[in-house]
Design a protein around this ligand. Structure first.
Ligand code: ATP
Ligand code: MG
Length: 346
């Protein structure tokens, strides 16, 4: 295991800066003395775009490549036209670094809010495909702006792309105690892509007899997320279904302030990027109200990815204990970061 971490930090916009500084605080506190942490901050996001018109210049993309991992706060501001930062920065990074795994764990921690009755035992992880599906910019519009406009948005699915995400999901399922993997798609209607997913899933399943498998159409999956979330362990699904399902997952399991994610390239060929699921929340930026826990849990995913399993678990346990002992008084961003830094160090 490498005993140094060379981390790129993109604080970004809105509450991004506030939550990232708490993430770094906890990272510094949890790392053993002999692990050398180097960080370099990158000024990317809405402010940069307003100043220079740039989203992600090639020089910075190149520099980012040299890091072990990237910690991102949040990108986006209502003052930037929709799509500019998403396509020019977030998706550009995801495609350039081939982040084909988008990992989003959902766990209902003690003392947190859920709209579900009976506080079900939620502990599952969604493995969302990150580089294909309808997110490749493959489409177009004819007679744009007229009443005869025709728009297409093609969902791209390759045997290579589907197999590598399905394999990764089987590996993750095999490593968990329950060893259960659910494929979510819509192969009764989206037959071409759906069959590629289902056939690939069945083929790889034969190599993992220890993993219990299951298939759900995405519409049925949304119902089970609400009525029986405890039935899920690992879920593998395409880019768009995964996007929607993981927001629903965050909503039923403690809210957006707790949802962590990783954009992962498991081959290690490029740095993986870890970030809270929430956005820049301009409505609460600069007020010390943002909950940094999602970012701190993203730091745990980052550490696990780099091989620091003990430290990752220590952060997750600290979050769990901190929430269990919470008495309901509102805490500032900084207070939550401080409390977790103390717990992981002790
Ligand atoms: P984006 O398009 O960037 O995903 P969004 O419109 O989905 O942004 P978010 O930035 O995710 O919105 O925020 C949605 C709401 O949730 C915000 O209004 C904010 O009040 C709340 N929120 C988001 N993140 C946090 C957080 N870490 N702590 C507390 N509240 C948050
Ligand atoms: Mg959002």
């Amino acid at each position: 295991m490498s005993r140094s971490i060379n981390l790129a930090v993109i604080p970004g916009d809105g509450i991004g800066q506030e939550v990232v500084s708490q993430g770094l605080k906890v990272l510094n506190a949890v790392l053993p003395q002999d692990v050398k942490l180097e960080t370099k901050e990158y000024d990317l996001g809405a402010r940069r775009w307003h100043r220079t018109g740039e989203t992600l210049p090639d020089a910075e993309l190149d520099a980012l490549k040299g890091h072990d991992a990237i910690l991102l706060g949040a990108i986006g501001d209502p003052s930037v036209p929709s799509g500019v930062l998403e396509r020019g920065l977030l998706l550009k990074l995801r495609f350039a670094f081939d982040h084909f795994i988008n990992l989003r764990p959902s766990k209902l921690f003690p003392n947190t809010e859920t709209p579900l009755a009976g506080r079900p035992d939620i502990d599952f992880v969604v493995v969302r495909e990150g580089t294909e599906g309808p997110y490749t910019g493959n489409g177009g519009s004819l007679r744009t702006g007229t009443e005869h406009e025709v728009a297409t948005e093609v969902s791209l699915n390759t045997a290579f792309g589907v197999e590598r995400v399905v394999r990764d999901a089987f590996e993750r399922a095999a490593a968990r105690p329950r060893k259960k993997l659910t494929l979510v798609h819509k192969n009764n209607v989206l037959v071409y892509a759906g069959h590629l997913w289902k056939n690939t899933f069945d083929k790889v399943a034969a190599e993992y007899p220890q993993v219990t498998t299951d298939y759900l159409h995405v519409d049925a999956a949304t119902i089970f997320f609400v009525t029986q979330p405890e039935r899920f362990d690992v879920i593998v699904t395409d880019n768009l279904f995964g996007d929607i399902l993981t927001d629903l997952a965050a909503a039923v399991s403690g809210g957006i302030g707790l949802a962590a994610s990783g954009n992962i390239n498991p081959t290690g060929a490029f740095p993986s990027m870890f970030e809270p699921v929430h956005g820049s929340a301009p409505d609460i930026a600069g007020q010390g109200k943002a909950d940094p826990t999602a970012t701190i849990l993203s730091v745990a995913l980052l550490l696990r990815h780099l091989g620091y399993e003990v430290e990752a678990v220590r952060i997750e346990d600290a979050v769990s204990a901190d929430l269990a002992e919470r008495d309901g008084t509102a805490r500032t961003t900084d207070e939550i970061g401080d409390a977790l830094a103390v717990r992981v160090a002790g």
